[in-house]
Design a protein around this ligand. Structure first.
Ligand SMILES: C[S@@+](CC[C@H](N)C(=O)[O-])C[C@H]1O[C@@H](n2cnc3c(N)ncnc32)[C@H](O)[C@@H]1O
Length: 219
């Protein structure tokens, strides 16, 4: 599956620069529905996940812009990029000077894309392909969470897990374009960026992508 997932990403993604992010290049697709259908056929699974990995999402784009402007948020620190998709935020963290990056996603094609994208940008990172949301907070310094609040069940689990990570002393940075399930009351806004996603599943017009820190309990 690993080799075939890699071949799938190479067949359906074209390496190109990410809008607004200068140097970072990703294997990106143009037509989400076409790639989704191909994934259903290839895996024989009508419930194959949407190919999130094939696009740079607005939340992740905002987070990456923030890291480029504020490298001190991650420089010299161990970073985990939750729901990494293409690996974009993990790669941006390494570009900003993170000492290590771990990219986590449950999707086999995402795991393959993250590895290919890291290599295309001359970066080394660790890829974890599993659901860690019921596990203890990881042994890192900073967690990045880009565009995870688009679906109620996932949003609830992500928010609870991030709270636990924060309570364990980790810094949590969130990037989001105003998704329905974002827990805004618990977030401290750090920056707003005009971003343009690469997927027609979102509207392709410019969006406001916001970057937040998860506030300390009682703070
Ligand atoms: C909208 S994409 C965001 C990707 C990337 N962070 C960005 O901003 O471009 C959401 C990602 O969450 C992943 N995902 C969904 N459930 C997950 C879980 N329980 N653990 C880790 N990743 C998950 C999906 O596979 C998908 O790649």
């Amino acid at each position: 599956m690993v080799a075939s997932a890699r071949a799938f990403v190479l067949r359906h993604g074209r390496l190109r620069p990410v809008p607004g992010l200068g140097g970072i290049r990703l294997h990106l697709a143009d037509d989400a529905l076409q790639v989704w259908h191909a994934a259903q056929v290839e895996t024989g699974d009508p419930d194959a996940p949407i190919p999130y990995w094939a696009f740079a999402w607005a939340g992740g784009l905002a987070l990456c812009r923030y890291l480029a402007e504020h490298p001190e948020a991650v420089a010299g620190r161990r970073v985990l990029d939750l729901a990494s998709g293409s690996g974009l935020c993990a790669i941006a963290a390494l570009e900003a000077g993170a000492s290590s990056a771990t990219a986590v996603d449950i999707d086999a094609h995402a795991a393959a894309a993250i590895g290919l994208n890291a290599r295309a940008n001359g970066r080394r990172l660790t890829v974890l392909r599993r659901d860690i949301l019921d596990e203890d907070p990881p042994d890192v310094d900073v967690i990045l969470a880009g565009d995870c609040w688009y679906e109620a069940a996932l949003a609830g689990r992500v928010t609870s897990w991030l709270r636990r990570a924060r309570d364990a002393g980790l810094d949590v940075l969130v990037g989001d374009p105003g998704r329905a399930y974002l827990p805004t009351k618990e977030l401290v806004e750090l920056a707003v960026y005009d971003v343009r996603t690469t997927t027609e599943l979102d509207d392709l017009d410019r969006k406001e992508g916001r970057v937040f820190a998860l506030a300390r309990a009682g703070g």
